[in-house]
Design a binder for this molecule. Structure first.
Ligand code: NDP
Length: 404
């Protein structure tokens, strides 16, 4: 048995490497470009993409001498064109241009578009058969085996960037991966780890956006507060590593120093540690199979004094249970789970629903979809149709949860 991560395991091409960053203006995209900008002679930036942030994208494209800059939102195109007029950077806009940009030959692509919107571009990057640094969780949560099959067929190298999965990948002893008994993902517990249900019922978006350890985009920060993020990560891990769902665990570790623990049949546990800074897993994926220097704070255990652990409280944080149930139910349920969660988090951030209603809306959507005659999706088109159905179902149920 092998892990799906790093399926092809090919060594990176030598400098200058042609690289693209999908979702360049986001938290992962900017951290990636921070690393690349420290050794510009080693990289040739091919394509950078964003959704609406034309100005931010144009600045990045100029700073990193990109060949192409693409905004997904056509309404942002005029601003992009204006910002880059008179320069050598090509510009384009719209969903098809995003897919075309992702398909431009590159040796390494960071897939860090937020949400299911990242599916088509990431699949296009995979089809090149190059190295894919996968931050976008939704590819594995919604497309799971279909995505892994696409990676296998193209001969691409898949490297997980999510800190827990990068940690598991580093701790999995490939020749002995049949001997893995358990993979435990750590969770910080988010900003509401010690809050009561009553307090969480009154939580506002600004409370949920105060993550104690990590700096991330808004959607993911809210997912960390509900623990849905950890549920999505369980699904990701199920597709990446040679374990059954029952061999995946979560432990709350508020310091976010240990990112994952891999337990073997002889009782050994291998863990990966680093300070909570995404530039460490990004650097790992950029240099793989070598290592590169990253400008991150180093661990000083004596200063940290203690690392603590506690079980997740699935009563206060039902999202973890809901995600597990979706994983057990199959591929259809995980697509609907993700779609409903995207709608629910957006509604919470817009002040339309309360914090606890995020999980309630997701669960109600899954219940409404259960028993649907059509089974699991088998290809990207079916996944995208189902994603739309999940969003429509969640949208239809939303009025039930609107704040008075
Ligand atoms: P951000 O919200 O910070 O950035 C998202 C990026 O995607 C931006 O460039 C944004 O463009 C672009 N984008 C958003 N919507 C669309 C769309 N509809 N079409 C095209 N592009 C779009 O997210 P993060 O960087 O935090 O996360 C990105 C992905 O990485 C997510 O899947 C997340 O779960 C995953 N991840 C993130 C981690 C983190 O620490 N941040 C850790 C592990 C995984 P614009 O700026 O114009 O809106």
């Amino acid at each position: 048995m092998t892990t799906a991560a790093a399926i092809a395991g090919r060594a990176p091409e030598r400098a200058p490497r042609r690289i693209s960053v999908l979702g360049a203006t986001g938290s992962i995209g900017r951290n990636t470009l921070d690393l690349i900008g420290r050794a510009p002679e080693e990289y040739q930036v091919v394509a950078l993409t964003a959704n609406t942030d034309a100005r931010g994208l144009a600045e990045l494209a100029l700073r990193h001498k990109a060949e192409l800059a693409v905004v997904a939102d056509p309404d942002a195109y005029d601003e992009l064109k204006t910002c880059l007029s008179g320069t050598s950077v090509e510009t384009a806009s719209g969903p098809e241009a995003l897919v075309e940009a992702a398909g431009r030959p590159a040796e390494w692509t960071m897939a860090s578009i937020m949400g299911a919107a990242g599916l088509r571009p990431t699949f296009a990057a995979v089809r090149q058969g190059a190295c894919i640094a996968l931050a976008n969780k939704e590819c594995l949560v919604t497309a799971g085996q279909v995505f892994i099959d696409a990676v296998t067929q193209s001969g691409a190298t898949l490297l997980p960037v999510d800190s827990e999965h990068s940690a598991a990948f580093q701790a999995i002893d490939q020749p002995a991966c049949d001997a893995v008994e358990r993979i435990t993902l750590t969770a910080s517990g988010g900003p509401f780890r010690t809050w009561s249900v009553e307090q969480m019922a009154a939580a506002r978006p600004e409370d949920a956006l105060k993550h104690p350890n990590w700096s991330m985009g808004q959607k993911l920060t809210v997912d960390s507060a509900t623990l849905m993020n950890k549920g999505l990560e369980l699904i990701e891990a199920f597709h990446l590593f040679p374990v059954e769902a029952g061999q995946l665990d979560v432990v709350v570790h508020p310091q976010s120093i240990i990112h994952c623990l891999v337990e073997y049949s002889d009782g050994s546990v291998l863990a990966q540690m680093s300070m909570p800074d995404m530039r460490t897993p990004i650097a790992y994926s950029l240099a793989y199979p070598d290592r590169m220097w990253a400008p991150t704070e180093r661990i000083n255990l004596a200063d940290l004094k203690e690392l603590t652990f506690e079980p997740p409280d699935e009563k206060r944080f039902p999202a973890l249970r809901i995600a597990r149930e979706a994983l057990d139910a199959g591929a259809r349920a995980t697509v609907v789970l993700n779609a409903a969660n995207e709608i629910a988090v957006r509604s919470f951030l817009q002040g339309k629903i309360g914090f606890l209603s995020i999980s309630e809306l997701v669960e109600a959507t899954l219940e409404r979809d259960a028993g649907h005659e059509q089974g699991d999706p088998h290809n990207l088109d079916e996944i995208l149709v189902l994603d739309k159905i999940g969003r429509e179902l969640a949208g239809a149920l939303l009025p039930r949860f609107i704040l008075k």
